[in-house]
Design a protein around this ligand. Structure first.
Ligand code: PLP
Length: 392
């Protein structure tokens, strides 16, 4: 297994970018949580960089600078949730515009496009972006935004980001956004592959401690930045200073956490692949994965989230999930604690049933978020769960 080699310097940026003590009067080493909603002006309209906390906040600035640096991006912005970041991107569009979306994007993104954007006159085509021919035929003169996830959720399909970006930019004025929540800036940096926007649910791995809901966007294009910076304030989807402090702190250990998520998840995936009561494992680091080669080519590694099909159906999946003791049965992913869930009934219940069927989101598909516990304990837990499922 040979992913792209990680260039040096990631952890240094995570610890130092945006954190310079000299920016504070007290020279505090750890950035303060700046709770004030308003800032003193020296004369009307004459301020020292901050006026009102929705339009700019010192703690938020620290986080946004650090976030940008991890993607080698010029600009970073944060929002009150991952879907808030998606909403900011959508509000760049006008009625009549068209979006191309990956066909198994995050359930909430799917709902936002189908049930909200559609009412505002924005149309969308959902395509399997791993099929480049299909993807090309979805492009139209009104297409202004392409939104892809790689890997996708919950089917862990890997999209060729570089080729998609090339196709779009050759076609016209199409903004390519990549939801990088599953891999983080440690394992994948879509701007390097030609994407225009990298979007995050920081709620997941980037914060990694399951105690903050937040979103983020990084980019190099100044025009996109000024539009999104305007919308961050104008639409008002901003995170709290306390949450910014927490996420900024979490980024300090991002590389350590991701390396451990990666090694635990690979051990778990290999165990599952060898087990009699498992039908199929979907993990890009396994040679059995259909997009294994492209995953090795475009990413620096793989996180802790992947899916597998258990033998049987809803009954077996339910018995398995109920039997788990260390994995918690819960939605979400990316925290230090291991989680397991059934997408058909939980995270992806809002996806229309015909679509779930054609995508392969069956009642036997289980998604894991492998945490940072000891891998032996995780494997033993899955082992006893599979035994209970086989007896069901
Ligand atoms: C969770 C998630 C989102 C939404 O983020 P929130 O912070 O929950 O609003 C978007 N994309 C992906 C891939 C996610 O996992």
């Amino acid at each position: 297994m040979n992913f792209k080699a990680q260039p040096k310097g990631f952890s240094t940026k995570a610890i130092h970018a945006g954190q310079d003590p000299d920016q504070w009067k007290s020279a505090c080493v750890i950035p303060p949580i700046s709770l004030s909603t308003t800032f003193k002006q020296d004369a009307p309209g004459e301020h020292r960089g901050f006026e009102y906390s929705r339009s700019g906040n010192p703690t938020r600035n620290v986080l946004e600078t650090c976030l940008a640096s991890l993607d080698n991006a010029k600009y970073g912005l944060t929002f009150s949730s991952g879907l808030g970041a998606t909403t900011a991107v959508l509000t760049m569009l006008n009625s009549g515009d068209h979006i191309i979306m990956g066909d198994d994007v995050y359930g909430g993104t799917n709902r936002l496009i189908r049930q909200v954007a559609s009412r505002l006159g924005i149309s969308a085509t959902f395509v399997d972006a791993t099929n480049l021919e299909n993807f090309k035929t979805a492009l139209r003169s009104e297409t202004k935004l392409v939104w892809i996830e790689s890997p996708t959720n919950p089917l862990i399909k890997v999209t060729d980001i570089k080729t998609i970006a090339e196709i779009c930019h050759k076609f016209g004025d199409v903004t390519v956004a990549v939801d990088n929540t599953f891999l983080t800036s440690y394992f994948q940096r879509p701007l390097e592959l030609g994407a225009d926007l990298v979007c995050y649910s920081l709620t997941k791995y980037m914060n990694g401690h399951t105690d903050v809901v937040m979103g983020g966007i990084t980019m190099n294009c100044e025009k996109l930045y000024s539009k999104l910076k305007f919308l961050q304030n104008a639409v008002g989807i901003v995170p709290s200073p306390f949450d910014c402090y927490q996420v900024n702190r979490s980024l300090k250990t991002l590389s350590l956490r991701m390396l451990q998520h990666q090694s635990n998840a690979i051990l778990v995936a290999k165990f599952l692949e060898s087990h009699d009561f498992v039908e199929k494992v979907l993990h890009p680091a396994l040679p059995s994965h259909p997009h294994h080669e492209i995953a090795l080519k475009q990413t620096y590694g793989y996180s802790g989230v992947f899916s597998f099909y258990i033998k049987g159906g809803l009954k077996q999946a339910t018995e398995f999930l109920k039997a788990l003791k260390i994995f918690t049965l819960a939605e979400s992913l990316g925290g230090y604690e291991s989680l397991a869930e059934l997408p058909s009934i939980m995270t992806h219940a809002s996806v229309p049933i015909e679509d779930r069927k054609s995508l392969g989101i069956t009642d036997a598909l289980i998604r894991l978020s492998v945490g940072l516990e000891d891998s032996e304990d995780l494997i033993n837990d899955l082992k006893q769960g599979l035994r209970k499922a086989a007896e069901a």
